[in-house]
Design a protein around this ligand. Structure first.
Ligand SMILES: Cc1cc2nc3c(=O)[nH]c(=O)nc-3n(C[C@H](O)[C@H](O)[C@H](O)COP(=O)(O)OP(=O)(O)OC[C@H]3O[C@@H](n4cnc5c(N)ncnc54)[C@H](O)[C@@H]3O)c2cc1C
Length: 287
């Protein structure tokens, strides 16, 4: 397996050996790669690009959140939903096969974590929106409990067949709440339905933060609920993108300069999900 490293040593690109590739929930797969350099660079919430080698169909790489990256073993993992050409073809890959990988890319959750020091934190995931949270929870749970925010991981899915990685989050020791739309496991309803239990109104809004990743309707609901409460809220977007490096502008989102003024002429600009995100302060986005 080969690799190349840019002069600033912040980006890995290379062809990596697949260590495992298996279905973990309905149409949700997890792939593990041998990528020691990448594993030593990745931060929670960053993403990677994967591309099938020796093929020009599809010619572009596809972005996926870094699920896990262990500098000690060099193992890097991503969780992917099978939705189209690249992800369908990825399901045929076997241990020992190769995938092209480059990254880590994007800002990750560090931007959100620098913005405030909450006492109460909720991580809200829907579907494969679980992926960017695993490394973050690992990092949080390794912190001294005296300084760590009281953290709840909320995972919402349509039904129990769609649950992914929940037991691994539990194994890290974080408080986990599961919701399903059909009530087949956990609380019946949406991930947002349990937020009032996690955040009693008696809490000071300045002590509360919500990070979210998942389908847009879920993010919109989380952003609206957080805004109503005056909480700091950050969302990780999955805008379709081509290059992943800020060159093509295919992943731009409308970004409000002053959230208090709203979506009015002169108060917005574009931001690229790949290099300015994928994590954005929800108050700056137009939902
Ligand atoms: C920063 C980032 C992180 C991501 N992390 C993950 C992850 O951890 N796990 C995961 O499963 N997916 C993730 N995605 C989405 C993933 O990149 C797409 O599902 C993937 O590119 C689809 O490739 P494909 O060739 O299989 O599908 P395509 O053949 O390209 O598309 C199939 C269908 O899905 C639609 N589609 C493609 N991409 C998206 C998208 N981003 N949003 C909505 N619809 C889309 C297309 O319009 C088309 O209708 C992430 C996206 C971004 C930008």
């Amino acid at each position: 397996m080969s690799d190349c490293v840019t002069s600033n040593d912040k980006l890995f690109c290379g062809t990596c050996k697949i260590l495992a590739n298996a279905e973990i929930a309905a149409s949700v797969w997890r792939v593990a790669l041998e990528a020691p350099k990448f594993a030593s660079l990745a931060r929670p919430g960053q993403f990677l690009m994967l591309r099938l080698p020796n093929s020009n169909d599809p010619i572009l790489g596809r972005p996926f959140a870094v699920y896990d990256a262990d500098p000690a073993t060099g193992r890097v993992e991503a969780v992917y939903a099978v939705v189209g050409k690249a992800t369908s073809r990825m399901t045929a890959l076997q241990p020992g096969d190769a995938l092209e990988l480059w990254g880590p890319l994007g800002n990750g959750w560090d931007a959100a974590r620098r913005a405030s020091a909450p006492k109460r934190l909720a991580l809200v995931a829907g579907g494969v929106g679980s992926a960017p949270f695993y490394l973050l929870v690992k990092e949080l749970m390794a912190q001294d409990p005296a300084v760590r925010p009281e953290t709840t991981y909320v995972f919402g899915a349509r039904s129990k067949e769609r649950l992914n990685c929940v037991d691994e989050f539990r194994a890290l020791g974080v408080d986990v709440r599961v919701t399903t739309e059909d009530g087949s496991v956990g609380t019946k309803g949406f991930a947002t339905d349990v937020l009032p239990e996690i955040f009693p109104e008696s809490l000071d809004p300045a002590d509360c933060q919500i990070l979210a990743c998942g389908p847009t309707p879920m993010l919109r609901a989380v952003a609206a609920w957080s805004a109503k409460r005056g909480y700091d809220c950050w969302t990780s977007l999955e805008s379709p993108m081509a290059c992943g490096m800020g060159l093509c502008y295919s992943c731009v989102v409308k970004w409000l300069i002053d959230p208090a003024l709203g979506d009015v002429e002169g108060n917005w600009d574009y931001r690229r999900t790949c290099v300015d995100g994928p994590v954005f302060n929800a108050a700056h986005l137009v939902w």
